[in-house]
Design a protein around this ligand. Structure first.
Ligand code: SAM
Length: 285
């Protein structure tokens, strides 16, 4: 029997520690060991690996990551009620599981990362999932400190991440994710697999950083996508006015059609707009 098999079933852990799910913390626990193992495998098997897990909860996915052989798991959990359950796992893997109590949006991971490849794996709390993804996609310097992100989202968010120009789901998140990473939906998870069951289907997404994203300042890319998608039904010659620069000149420099709309423009077009904005703003100064 492995040290993982030794641990009590997750349902018992939840009952014993009084871990009734809290909606405010996005708590939908995965108790199906086949699914937690599948998510862990999606991050890849490597004994050299450090895995950062956000929101371990009662520790189902954490156990799967340890069972698969990760050298170290750094688990960041905001709900203090879950910490005793996680410490029970850590006792069996003293040198391999580090529990960080706090809000993943604020935690400084730097002191916990000690060299070697790092991957992020999480069944994310839905209420902060997009904010966390944006934070990971906008880290500087780039390439980032992680090799990949394997994350569970509501399917609608996964579709926004993957969306192509011309589709309704295409927006700022699609551009940012497409600019800096290659993303792929790996598989869906039905609501009934979670306790409690959410209203919607979830999707597991893997994002792998592009080593050389198209040249463009990250802040300028965010400014142009914010302006363009802020008025997505308007033509660019109108929607980009909020940038406060000479818009016809900007669009000419980016070689974009002034009558096109945000949802028609591919990542390459937005990167060109960001570069053109850098030049236009500099010339106007
Ligand atoms: N990983 C567990 C599983 O798969 O069963 C729990 C996943 S549950 C969807 C999300 C977890 O994230 C909960 O344990 C919740 O307490 C935690 N959480 C919510 N907001 C958080 C935050 N800002 N930082 C860290 N953890 C958070």
């Amino acid at each position: 029997m492995s040290r993982i098999d030794d641990l009590p079933p997750l349902r018992e852990v939840i009952r014993r520690h009084g871990l009734g799910a809290r909606k405010s913390l996005g708590q939908n626990f995965l108790l199906d060991l086949n699914l937690t193992a599948r998510i862990a495998r999606a991050a890849g098997r490597s004994t050299a690996l450090t895995v950062v897990e956000v929101g371990p909860g009662p520790g189902g996915l954490t156990r799967a990551l340890l069972a698969l052989g990760a050298r170290r798991v750094i688990a960041i959990e905001r709900d203090a009620r879950c910490l005793p359950a996680l410490h029970e796992i850590a006792e069996r893997f003293a040198d391999r599981l580090t529990i960080v109590a706090g809000d993943a949006l604020r935690v400084d991971l730097e002191p916990h990362l000690q060299g070697g490849p790092v991957r992020v794996v999480a069944n994310l709390p839905y209420n902060v999932a997009t904010a966390l993804l944006v934070a990971w996609l906008t880290v500087d310097p780039w390439p980032p400190w992680y090799e990949s992100l394997v994350l569970t989202f509501q399917r609608e968010v996964a579709q926004r991440i993957m969306a192509a120009p011309g589709s309704k789901a295409y927006g700022r998140l699609s551009v940012l994710a497409g600019w800096r990473t290659k993303a792929q939906i790996l598989f869906d998870i039905a609501p009934r697999a979670f306790v409690p069951a959410p209203k919607v289907t979830s999707s597991v997404v893997r994002l792998v950083p592009r080593p050389y994203p198209l040249a463009c300042d990250r802040h300028l890319l965010e400014r142009v996508t914010e302006a363009a998608f802020g008025q997505r039904r308007k033509m660019l010659r109108q929607s980009l006015r909020s940038l406060g620069v000479d818009v016809p000149e900007l669009l000419a420099a980016a070689e974009l059609d002034p009558t096109a709309r945000a949802e028609d423009i591919a990542v390459e077009g937005f990167a060109a707009l960001g570069r053109a904005l850098a030049t236009t703003a500099r010339d106007a100064a």
